[in-house]
Design a protein around this ligand. Structure first.
Ligand SMILES: Nc1ncnc2c1ncn2[C@@H]1O[C@H](COP(=O)(O)OP(=O)(O)O)[C@@H](O)[C@H]1O
Ligand SMILES: [Mg+2]
Length: 236
């Protein structure tokens, strides 16, 4: 299937592309970080997830003054970290509408044409934002995309950044047919936590929630915890 690029690279967003060169020893992925709180958040598990009860992200889920009745959640991360898998399950479990930006761009031609070298459509970010503005205002949308710095900050109540062990991600991406620089760029994007940094620079840090997505247990734990968060969310 065709990729959708935010610009020059088929798989990485602006900041990811800019940061794809190694500059320093790879940092250890964070094992636990906070999530915005929907009121009364109480996780039913412990472990590697970032869904800690005291997490600012989980604790911040209170509507932010929006008029929407249900929260909007962005699920981002390096390609292959499990965004679409997680969003599909979460949309069913929590009753949100899953918007896969790559699919939307292709279906509605929200791009600036096809790049032969990169073998991808080049996303038109303005067209994407215009297309989604009204539905985002209504709320209850789960956005799935490997970039996050061009959406309006006010759209989201929670920003989930999926993270995967480098060797596991390598196997997933090679299984998907990624080779050469496309594979290397994506692995470096994950090693340097580019999407997490992009999310923290683009949104209030207390609504950014990094979540581990190495195995199926992680998926079910994440979907369960996020479903609880969504169901407990109330407009402020
Ligand atoms: N936590 C996970 N555990 C095991 N396999 C996973 C996990 N997340 C994703 N996968 C698998 O990895 C591949 C890529 O997942 P996908 O959801 O398409 O990622 P993304 O949308 O982030 O590119 C799929 O084959 C999927 O089944
Ligand atoms: Mg996907």
């Amino acid at each position: 299937m065709a990729e959708v690029a935010t610009a020059a690279d088929p798989t990485l967003g602006r900041r990811a592309r800019a940061a794809s060169r190694p500059l320093a020893p790879a940092p250890e992925p964070r094992q636990s970080a906070p999530v915005p709180s929907s009121r009364g958040w109480a996780p039913s598990y412990r472990g590697t997830s970032n869904l800690e009860p005291s997490s600012p992200a989980m604790a911040a889920g209170s509507g932010g003054g929006s008029r929407r009745a249900r929260p909007n959640v962005l699920v981002t991360g390096t390609p292959g970290t499990g965004k679409t898998t997680t969003c599909s399950l979460l949309a069913d479990a929590a009753g949100l509408r899953h918007v896969n930006i790559g699919d939307l761009v292709r279906e509605k031609s929200l791009h600036d044409g096809w790049d032969d070298d990169l073998e991808c459509h080049v996303i038109n970010e303005d067209l994407v934002c215009d297309e989604l503005e009204d539905v985002m205002e209504e709320g209850g949308i789960l956005v799935d995309y490997h970039g996050c710095d061009f959406f309006p900050e006010r759209w989201f109540d929670l920003v989930v950044v999926l993270q995967t062990d480098n060797s596991i991600l390598h196997d997933r991406l090679t299984g998907r047919g990624y080779t050469g620089s496309k594979l290397t760029n994506n692995i470096e994007c994950e090693i340097f936590q580019v999407l997490l940094e992009e999310a923290r620079e683009s949104y209030r840090e207390d609504i950014v929630m990094p979540l581990r997505s190495d195995n199926v247990e992680d998926i079910s734990r994440n979907v369960g915890a996020l479903t609880d968060w969504i169901n407990n969310w109330r407009p402020s």
